[in-house]
Design a protein around this ligand. Structure first.
Ligand code: AMP
Ligand code: MG
Length: 423
């Protein structure tokens, strides 16, 4: 028997790992990359890597919350002599004494002596004298020094995902630069002698590379930086060169193709020589040959995800297992998509012995009686793992556990909502 035939007939030597166990193994072996110093304008959706404290009180002086007049509450409703204007952004050397008032603009420091601010709307003036139409309460409309933040107060902790309010706070405490987790750089390689770069001339028997572009887009969607390393041939030497380059320069590697049991599926074999295989098959459809490896490079443990070659298999296994790992590398804590129970609108055939993740369109309907949403699902048609069209418009993966009966119309199944922005 030839080597080729023998290899084709040999069952894979890797145990079939359950999806939950595969996820556990990935999380156990993947950590966030290190921090770097970044500027405020680069901070959106990055993960903070230092604690942030208030440098001083906020507001740093007593100030007014409204446009109006700074005065003394004790003068009651008596008219006051207007002694000047207090605009925002400067201190004044004038003091408000009984019988006087100063015009004051929102955000301006309260002049010495004043103990209340009356809103413009509650007053009238002739240019020199202020009349008030109500008794101003003591301390009214004053934002005292330190109302919002106290000097030394902890305001954000390392690990916080930076959004609008967080970045505003870091700016408030005058930290133009700070530590954040670096964006992981993930190399993406396609493998296969039949795979050709789009734009080049395909020989008979060749097809264009789609996986690398889908996977790079997916990496970008997980807030990391994809790096294209092109197409590796089905030779050990060619694959080894690209894998070594990827692991010496980048934080992780995603390959597609070459992980099943054909004679030229060399990726697993090679990775076994280079690092530790945590799993080499997952109880999954599509995506069974998914392989997860770590390789020690210069004291760092770098993850390699060997995805199957079929376009849908690679994208579905990426979504379920690689995406959470990359999010973890960015320092994020929210790693999973939301999962809901969806009612299927038609009968669905599914695998008897594997967890099947079926591409579906889930629609949500608000139910006012329960004040919650109800979800309905229908599949995107033929589910072959080569048919990338089955991913179009899909906003969910229905998780169908192995079973001999079809899923009956009207039953509820778990649906992973893959179009929700996870931040
Ligand atoms: P493999 O996992 O290498 O056996 O590939 C399985 C199937 O996926 C084969 O039909 C390949 O031609 C196809 N395939 C592999 N890599 C790619 C790719 N990068 N883009 C499109 N199809 C691919
Ligand atoms: Mg191949």
């Amino acid at each position: 028997m030839s080597d080729a035939v023998e290899k084709m007939m040999r069952p894979s030597s890797y145990n079939l790992t359950e999806p939950e166990e595969a996820t556990r193994l990935i999380f156990e072996n993947v950590t966030s990359v290190e921090a770097e110093e970044i500027s405020l304008s680069e901070g959106y959706l990055r993960v903070l890597a230092e604690d942030i404290y208030a440098d001083q009180n906020m507001p740093p002086f007593n100030t007014t919350a409204v446009d109006g007049y700074a005065l003394l509450a004790g003068d009651g409703i008596s008219p006051r002599q207007i002694i000047g204007d207090q605009t925002a952004g400067r201190m004044t050397d004038q003091t408000v004494v009984p019988g006087t008032a100063m015009r004051i603009m929102t955000g301006a420091p309260l002049p010495p002596g004043a103990d209340s601010v009356i809103m413009v709307e509650d007053t009238s003036e002739d240019g020199q004298t202020l009349s008030v139409n109500k008794n101003p309460p003591l301390h009214d409309n004053i934002r005292p020094n330190g109302l919002d933040l106290k000097a030394g107060q902890l305001i954000l902790t390392a690990g916080t995902l930076l959004g609008a309010a967080e970045l505003g706070l870091i700016a408030t405490v005058n930290k133009p630069r700070f530590q954040a987790i670096r964006l992981p750089r993930i190399a993406v390689v396609s493998t296969g002698d039949e795979i050709v770069e789009p734009g080049e001339q395909a020989r008979p028997g060749q097809i264009y590379d789609s996986n690398r572009f889908s996977l790079m887009a997916s990496v970008r969607r997980a807030y990391a930086e994809p790096v294209s390393l092109g197409i590796a041939p089905d030779t050990k030497a060619g694959l080894r060169t690209l894998i070594e380059q990827a692991l010496s320069e980048y934080d992780g590697l995603i390959t597609s193709g070459g992980v099943s049991v054909g004679k030229l599926d060399l990726v697993k074999e090679l990775l076994e020589e280079m690092g530790t295989i945590h799993f080499g098959r997952v109880n999954l459809k599509p995506g069974k040959p998914l392989t997860f490896v770590t390789v020690e490079v210069n004291g760092k443990r770098k993850p390699v995800f060997g995805l199957p070659g079929f376009p849908v298999s690679s994208l579905v296994s990426y979504e379920l297992f690689v995406r959470p790992a990359i999010l973890k590398m960015t320092g994020r804590k929210a790693l999973h998509r939301p999962m809901v129970q969806a009612q299927v609108e038609h009968t669905i055939q599914h695998s008897k012995d594997r967890n099947e993740f079926v591409r579906a369109i889930v629609s949500e309907q608000y139910d006012p009686t329960t004040q919650s949403y109800r979800y309905h699902a229908r599949t995107t048609g033929a589910q072959q793992s080569s048919r990338l069209l089955s991913m179009l418009g899909a906003n969910a993966l229905l998780w169908l556990v192995p079973g001999s009966e079809p899923i009956a119309e009207g039953s509820h199944v778990p649906a992973i909502l893959v179009d929700r922005a996870e931040v």
